[in-house]
Design a protein around this ligand. Structure first.
Ligand SMILES: Nc1ncnc2c1ncn2[C@@H]1O[C@H](COP(=O)(O)OP(=O)(O)OP(=O)(O)O)[C@@H](O)[C@H]1O
Length: 305
């Protein structure tokens, strides 16, 4: 397809600074192919979000984000619930969302081909998840995994490190968080059914992985209209050290402490059963403290693929 009006948002910092170069390559390639490109990149994510939302009002055929999961998260918060397609050019360090969609990784020409295929055929509709404090109008969308336990504490800590890179940074954060770890207290309501206990982690998954291929919810898919809620019971530090490596292949879900429940709606609240759970993260981005309600919205995003 030629002559599409494409809004492009680049995260120049993605993939340890590789995002900017990939963004330039993409804009050049799209213009060479006859597309009209509007660069919506901002100096900050907030500026980029505002520019992208304004461009949607002005009129676009698709929004294309260049970066990692955080950048896809930004794009989802522009297009979810609308008919505007979202293109993803994976240039991050983890790229778990691009992996979920079998999209090319760090390959601009393959990404251009995938974008054009999507524009031609209308793309692929995937579920997205709306989250926010229950009872409030303001909501955020996410596409992959919301972490509200040990993994969220690790995410917060990993974000403060510059080194090492990629999954090794995550592993370093795990080791540092283990020192202070005690299972948190949760009240979890799954499609109306209440469950209250101390737990190591509670993850609400629309897709299977985070942290660059850690398969937290190995069977989660974003086209079944359901969330996979992974709950790991109150493990000791040694138990957690034993379980952690099993998250890479996804075999932790077979551990007796782990339960996976499918639901459309999940309410996560702190409970007096244990210490206050950490601030939640979704798609690797900070969402906020519990309580949070997460509801899957089937086919809320049209992905160019
Ligand atoms: N100008 C900017 N536009 C968008 N995001 C920015 C910008 N500057 C810094 N960021 C930060 O980049 C982070 C998201 O990075 P992103 O996920 O795109 O790449 P990554 O971390 O390398 O990849 P992954 O999340 O897949 O591991 C956000 O938390 C955001 O705050």
């Amino acid at each position: 397809m030629s002559g599409a009006r494409l809004g492009v948002v680049v995260n120049p910092t993605a993939g340890h600074g590789r995002g900017a170069r990939r963004g330039h390559q993409l804009v050049e390639a799209l213009e060479r192919r006859g597309h009209e490109v509007r660069d919506l990149t901002g100096a900050t994510p907030e500026a980029a979000l505002g520019r992208a939302r304004q461009a949607v009002v002005d009129g676009l055929d698709a929004l294309v984000v260049v970066g990692g999961d955080g950048m896809v998260h930004l794009g989802v918060n522009v297009v979810a619930g609308t008919d505007l397609p979202l293109g993803v050019v994976a240039a991050g360090s983890g790229n778990d969302i691009a992996r979920a969609g079998d999209l090319p990784l760090h390959d601009v020409s393959a990404s251009v081909a995938a974008l054009e295929r999507g524009l031609e055929h209308g793309g692929r509709q995937v579920d997205a998840v709306r989250t926010g404090p229950p009872g409030y109008e303001a909501t955020r969308w996410f596409l992959a995994v919301l972490s509200a336990g040990f993994d969220a504490a690790v995410n917060a800590r990993a974000n403060t490190y510059v080194r090492p890179r990629g999954t090794a940074r995550y592993v370093r954060a795990v080791l540092d968080e283990l020192v202070r770890f005690r299972p948190y207290g949760y009240r979890v309501t799954l499609d109306g059914e209440v469950w209250e206990q101390r737990s190591t982690l509670v993850s609400v998954a629309n897709t299977s992985s985070f942290g660059g291929g850690m398969r937290i919810a190995p069977d989660a898919t974003w086209d079944d209209g359901l969330l996979d809620v992974v709950i790991a019971g109150p493990l000791s530090r040694t138990g957690l050290i034993g379980l952690f490596p099993r998250v890479f292949p996804g075999t932790h879900v077979r551990h007796p402490a782990c339960t996976v429940v499918r639901a459309r709606s999940v309410l996560l609240e702190p409970s007096h059963a244990g210490p206050l759970p950490p601030v939640a993260y979704a798609d690797g981005e900070r969402v906020g403290p519990l309580p949070l309600l997460a509801e899957v919205v089937p086919s809320a995003v049209r992905l160019l693929a």
